[in-house]
Design a protein around this ligand. Structure first.
Ligand SMILES: Cc1cc2nc3c(=O)[nH]c(=O)nc-3n(C[C@H](O)[C@H](O)[C@H](O)COP(=O)(O)OP(=O)(O)OC[C@H]3O[C@@H](n4cnc5c(N)ncnc54)[C@H](O)[C@@H]3O)c2cc1C
Length: 599
């Protein structure tokens, strides 16, 4: 069960706006703060610290008078509101939405039942990347061959487990307080407690033992995120059978750990554990490891990240029962064949990490009060993140972003969806192109991707009747990679040779997670290969891997925008850009533009 805890520092009650005639926050001019990392961590704030202490749980106790009063006229939204926007959940999705909302001049409140920062900051991206930073350095220092090639001598590399754990924990605390401070500095009201939608444009929130508060808003964004998914039959004790929530605390480094699931979370932990000395056994239900990756990149990743390390694996099997270690007995894992369901094996290991995916978290949210039924736990939304009710109708003024809607369970996707919703509620139609959102796995070396894999692109091409081509470049030809003695890597471009459209880019190699953005921005902006291949890259940099990649693509010359007249160039450019954000507007605008230019 997901437990929700409260912040120790609560805002003074006078900061809450219960009277809709008085503004909830002093309407200050939005400060144009830009942030590093998740766009948002504000650096340099001092004094404002916050900590999470007392744990509270979803509660139906403590109804306020205001709730019973509002229940009488449930269904009639108030005419004026405490806030323009209320966001339920202060993870990275909620935070991204809140910052953009303030920039747009919206009176904004965010309700958080646990700690600010949600999964990413406290139990996900941030602490895991801190551990991976350590594992990368350990791996490098331990590689005699690598060190020798650089002419370096290192006597012995060691680590202090608690020191590594503290590094991850301290980073999470720092980013958490940066996030909190950035919202406070911009005038976002942070309301503490579990948020429940009680009717149209009405939310209650509160802590156990205290009366609930009611707040109203013109628009509501649900951003309640996700929790680790643990399949039936697996008993998590938090010590020897753990999820990523426990693993990130690094309370132990087992000699032998089984990782159930070889998606990006499992893979990243295998990188950490093997660098710190553990042996790893992967258990994967599908027939191959890393099933989500482009198959060619997956194969290469297996050759570099799995085969030479102390990792073995069982594919095509389910772990049906996992029992924690007890009374001197090891953790036991019962495996069955994924297809025949016949018992296959029983493993005995020191620990097991369950990395079988994430489940949306919507407990206590009150979706029943707006007639919304979840689908496999996810809140159903359309392409504009508008929530859909049980009858298939849009629920007015309610949106859902991030892991809770399941469209793309990544931190930056959650944040981008939040920004997209704010654009809509402030009058600009906006549809986020999810195919332009990059993803990365921060192993050593890293893996990154954007758009379609090759099989997905070929399937689409067959349905829609176009041709697909593939171009590849190797890190072995890149000066910077070779200078670092990190020539192992590949970049792969999947594209349409007829018009130069980028369908997907996949990179395995040094700093792949940073390199992917040139491709994802190109997809987002509708830039074609025949345009981007003229972009200039500094030498010697890893970015030249992508430069080479785009230059090596063979786009049919007739499709090149360089061969077209200037007016058509403008039109084409406009059309690519508008197609991404406003398809309807694109059609109208292009047709009136064409008429005006008599094209
Ligand atoms: C180990 C690990 C590593 C990861 N690494 C990466 C990575 O490198 N890059 C990446 O992009 N993604 C990564 N992710 C995924 C990323 O963490 C999530 O996609 C992201 O956190 C989702 O953001 P969110 O805002 O939707 O939800 P969350 O971050 O889960 O935030 C939801 C918030 O809502 C609160 N809440 C829930 N219900 C209520 C309620 N009723 N009232 C009030 N508050 C409520 C929760 O307490 C929580 O704070 C990782 C995840 C894990 C587990």
């Amino acid at each position: 069960m997901h437990s929700i805890c409260s912040q120790a520092t609560t805002l003074p009650r006078s900061n809450f706006a219960f009277d809709s005639r008085s503004p909830a926050v002093p309407i200050s001019k939005p400060v144009n703060l830009r942030f590093c990392g998740l766009r948002k961590e504000a650096f340099g704030f001092s004094g404002l610290t916050h900590s999470c202490s007392s744990r509270v749980r979803c509660s139906s106790r403590g109804h306020s008078k205001k709730i019973s009063a509002s229940a009488e006229n449930n269904g009639t939204p108030p005419k004026s509101f405490d806030y323009d926007l209320i966001i339920i959940g202060a993870g990275v999705g909620g935070h991204g939405a809140a910052l953009h909302a303030v920039e747009k001049g919206l009176r904004t409140a965010i309700i958080e039942g646990d700690v600010v920062g949600g999964t990413c900051v406290n139990r996900g991206c941030v602490p895991s990347k801190a551990l991976l930073a350590v594992s990368g350095k350990m791996r490098e220092l331990q590689s005699e061959h690598h060190m020798k090639a650089l002419g370096l001598q290192v006597s012995a590399a060691g680590y202090d487990r608690q020191g590594v754990a503290d590094h991850a924990n301290n980073l999470a605390s720092k980013i958490r307080s940066n996030l909190t401070n950035s919202m406070k500095a911009l005038g976002v009201d942070i309301l503490t407690g579990v948020g429940t939608i009680v009717g149209p444009q009405k939310v209650k929130y509160g802590k156990v033992g205290f009366p609930d508060n009611i707040v109203t808003a013109k628009d509501i964004i649900i951003a309640t995120g996700s929790v680790p998914f643990v399949p039936k039959g697996i008993e998590v004790d938090g010590k020897t059978v753990i999820t990523s929530d426990h693993a990130l605390k690094l309370e132990s480094v087992p000699d032998w750990i089984a990782i159930v699931g070889s998606g990006y979370i499992g893979l990243e932990f295998s990188d950490v554990y093997t660098a710190l000395g553990s042996e790893v056994t992967f258990i994967e239900a599908l027939d191959q490891l890393m099933p989500g990756f482009d198959p060619e990149i997956g194969k290469l990743a297996q050759r570099v990240l799995i085969n030479p390390r102390k990792i073995d694996y069982h594919t095509g099997v389910f772990a049906t029962k996992i029992t924690p270690a007890k009374d001197g007995k090891p953790v036991t894992i019962e495996l069955i064949d994924a297809k025949t369901k016949e018992p296959k094996d029983t493993l005995e290991v020191d620990a097991a990490l369950i990395a079988t995916g994430r489940a949306p978290f919507t407990n206590g949210l009150g979706l029943e009060n707006i007639n919304v039924v979840t689908q496999r736990g996810f809140v159903p939304v359309d392409e504009r993140m508008r929530v859909i009710d049980a009858n298939g109708n849009l629920v007015p003024h309610v949106y859902c972003i991030g892991d809770a809607n399941g469209k793309m369970m990544l931190a930056h996707a959650a944040s981008a969806q939040g920004i997209s919703v704010v654009e809509q509620v402030t009058g600009r139609d906006h549809v986020l192109n999810h195919l332009s959102i990059p993803a990365a796995c921060f192993t050593h070396p890293e893996i990154s991707m954007v758009g379609l894999t090759e099989p997905q692109a070929r399937e689409k091409a067959e349905k829609e009747g176009f041709e697909v081509s593939v171009a590849k470049t190797s890190f072995k030809a890149n000066t910077k990679a070779l200078a670092e003695n990190e020539g192992e890597g590949l970049a792969k471009l999947i594209y349409r040779p007829d018009n130069g459209e980028i369908l997907g880019v996949h990179i395995f190699g040094l700093h792949a997670a940073d390199l992917i953005h040139e491709a994802s921005n190109a997809i987002a902006l509708g830039t074609r290969i025949q345009e981007i291949k003229f972009a200039v890259h500094a030498h010697p940099t890893l970015s030249e891997v992508l430069d080479e990649l785009f230059k090596s693509a063979k786009v049919k010359s007739a499709a090149s925008s360089h061969g077209l007249g200037p007016s058509r160039n403008i039109l084409e450019e406009l059309s690519y850009k508008l197609m991404i954000v406003v398809p309807e507007a694109f059609h109208n605008l292009v047709s009136s533009f064409s008429k005006a230019m008599q094209i």
